[in-house]
Design a binder for this molecule. Structure first.
Ligand code: SAH
Length: 244
């Protein structure tokens, strides 16, 4: 998968390419991550990428010219003959809220361009002309699209085949195939000042452990996220586990 991020702060993406699961996936070439800086496409002395808003008011707006050239450059660099042009997403508090389903769909793409805003945002005409989808982290405002883009990319990378080692299976995670929260996890030691690991996990009885974990997931989802629980189609076994 090829990803180009349009950003005024390319160095922020070192956090993604240097560390952990995302770093390993990028080093293995499961995902190629490039950044394009709109500032490289400015012609004035100050390399301006923003200007005052028409109509007045506080803050600055990212202008169309440098962004549009940065997107063109990303498209040219990613161009694979015969493949469709990459989808362009803009990280924005006004977009569709990110969830596992949105992430899984995007992880199927061969290529993606992710646009990060700064200041008051981007001139609306660039969004109209270039952006296929706006995506939000949630109902709050952060200072720039970079952290949002990194959340999106990290979550997508986890879904790429071979990105996780055997011991890190994404299929066990919350939301993996259904809106179900993960079960609680424990490791050594067995006893921490009287707080002990549930005995079933020490039993070696794999079927009992599976049932216990499933029951915990169901109870957690019901108690913590009634909104998700309402969407769950429960199997006969799951109904019985909840009744126990
Ligand atoms: N004036 C804008 C906010 C601008 S914040 C508004 O009220 O809608 C600057 C940039 O940060 C945005 O262009 C966007 O790229 C990013 N951003 C801020 N909050 C975000 C969120 N919740 N999700 C994704 N991106 C966000």
């Amino acid at each position: 998968m090829q990803v180009s991020v349009i950003t005024l702060f390319p160095e922020m993406f070192d956090a993604l390419s240097d560390a952990g699961i995302s770093g390993r996936a990028i080093k293995q070439g499961l995902l190629s991550l490039a950044t394009v800086n709109p500032r490289d496409f400015t012609e004035d002395r100050h390399h301006s990428v923003d200007d005052r808003p028409y109509g007045g008011g506080p803050g600055m707006v990212m202008t169309v010219g440098p962004l549009s050239q940065a997107i063109d450059s990303a498209k040219t660099n990613m161009n694979v003959p015969g493949k469709p042009s990459p989808k362009v997403v803009y990280m924005s508090p006004q977009g569709k809220r990110l969830d596992q389903q949105v992430i899984n769909e995007l992880a199927q793409q061969d290529s993606l361009i992710v646009l990060c805003g700064r200041y008051e945002g981007i001139d609306e005409r660039l969004i109209d002309a270039e952006v296929d989808q706006e995506l939000s982290l949630g109902d709050y405002v952060i200072s720039g699209g970079e952290l949002a883009a990194m959340v999106l990319l990290d979550a997508m990378i986890r879904q790429l085949p071979d990105a996780l080692g055997d011991s890190e299976s994404a299929s066990q995670d919350s939301f993996a195939s259904r809106p179900l929260l993960d079960c609680p996890h424990y490791s050594r030691p067995e006893d921490i000042a009287g707080r002990v690991v549930p005995s079933v996990l020490l039993s070696g009885d794999h079927e009992a452990i599976r049932r216990w974990r499933l029951r915990q997931s169901l109870i957690r989802t019901r108690d913590r996220r009634p909104d998700l629980f309402a969407k769950l189609q429960l199997s006969d076994e799951e109904c019985k586990l909840l009744d126990e």
